[in-house]
Design a protein around this ligand. Structure first.
Ligand code: NAD
Length: 322
């Protein structure tokens, strides 16, 4: 199957944080979607979230009112797993982060789906080989890990299991690329994939700096978001270091700061288990940080999420991604 053959998608777990984002995204891109969740109440939540997301895109002039109405005509909400999997070319699974429910969706696709449909898990870091271990078609199983919120953030990490075919990876890559996503491919399985490993490496150091009394939670957040984070929105650490090296590039820069950075590395966190009580300390710090924000930046989680999405959309427009 080629990317252009993908016209209808099943989103499994469509009322969840990630599922509702994927449904929004696929509808926005003109695709047909079967949104599955386990009961009527959850389907109602899905409708509310997806309607809200699409209205937000209209409000921000990303899509027209006409496009919103057309998008809504392309979604079918169902609590029948069998129905949701029939006649789709692509399944975006968004059920809780455990092997059993994900393996159950793979089994259902084997039973009810077409012989070509690709199974793509939104897993944040589980192994595709294990998710697909009982599949009759493991060659068609991949990971397609989004970043929250999936309808706005362009990254999708495509990961493969031991038996995933190169053709499936290529079709998924071409498909996501055609929708405007920025897919990256893991050449081998790695728990946590690329982005979450980077995120957790930074977070371990953030926690350690606070626990050692070097800085507050608020200041560690500011140090990242008003410093390196601004550049990270435009380019990755390798290109940043390359530019930092001027004429001598990354290689030259590392001969200067490499030795100094080894002193820092020697002092940095290397622990493998979260320190006792750390989440209480970090939460208390976040609560203070939120209270210190201006009203324009928002003080509650809801207000801050809205502020984040407004700024994200502005940034995505600059990057020609919205
Ligand atoms: P969530 O709890 O918000 O949503 C899970 C959805 O799955 C719910 O709608 C629930 O009703 C449904 N569900 C539960 N059991 C089910 C079953 N047996 N069969 C079908 N549907 C079932 O979770 P989430 O945060 O949206 O995460 C979903 C997946 O996406 C996870 O694998 C997670 O790791 C991954 N992910 C999450 C984030 C994030 O920031 N939350 C980011 C990227 C990827």
């Amino acid at each position: 199957m080629k990317a252009a053959d993908i016209k209808k998608i099943a989103v499994i777990g469509g009322s969840g944080m990630i599922g509702s984002g994927w449904v929004t995204f696929f509808l926005w891109k003109g695709l047909n979607v079967n949104a599955y969740d386990i009961n009527d109440a959850l389907l109602q939540t899905a409708r509310e979230r997806i309607n809200g997301n699409l209205s937000y895109l209209v409000e921000k002039n990303i899509i027209t009112e006409e496009a919103r109405k057309k998008a809504l005509s392309k979604v079918v909400y169902t609590k029948e797993l069998k129905d949701s999997l029939r006649d789709v070319q692509f399944v975006q699974e968004c059920v809780p982060e455990k092997y059993e429910p994900k393996q159950a969706i793979v089994a259902a696709l084997d039973q009810y789906g077409s012989k070509e449909a690709i199974f793509a898990s939104s897993t944040s870091g589980l192994m595709i080989t294990e998710i697909a271990k009982n599949s009759k078609f493991p060659e068609r199983c991949i990971g397609a890990h989004p970043y929250n919120p999936p309808h706005l953030i362009p990254l999708v990490e495509i990961s493969k299991g031991e038996r995933t075919s190169a053709a499936t990876v290529q079709t998924a890559y071409d498909f996501f690329k055609s929708t405007g996503k920025e897919p990256v491919i893991l050449q081998k399985e790695a728990p946590g994939f690329i982005s979450n490993r980077l995120q957790i490496a930074v977070y371990r150091e953030a926690v350690d700096l606070v626990l050692r009394g070097v800085c507050s939670v608020e200041d560690v957040d500011k140090a990242l978001s008003y410093g390196p984070g601004l550049r990270y929105a435009l380019m990755g650490p390798n290109l940043i270091f390359h530019l930092g090296g001027g004429k001598v590039g990354l290689k030259g820069l590392m001969t200067h700061i490499g030795t100094t950075a080894e002193v820092w590395l020697d002092d940095m966190a290397a622990w493998k288990k979260w320190p006792a009580g750390y989440s209480d300390i970090m939460q208390a710090g976040v609560d203070k940080e939120m209270a210190n924000r201006s009203s324009a930046e928002g003080k509650t989680s809801e207000e801050i999420s809205r502020w984040r999405d407004d700024k994200l959309l502005a940034l995505l427009k600059i990057l020609n991604k919205a």
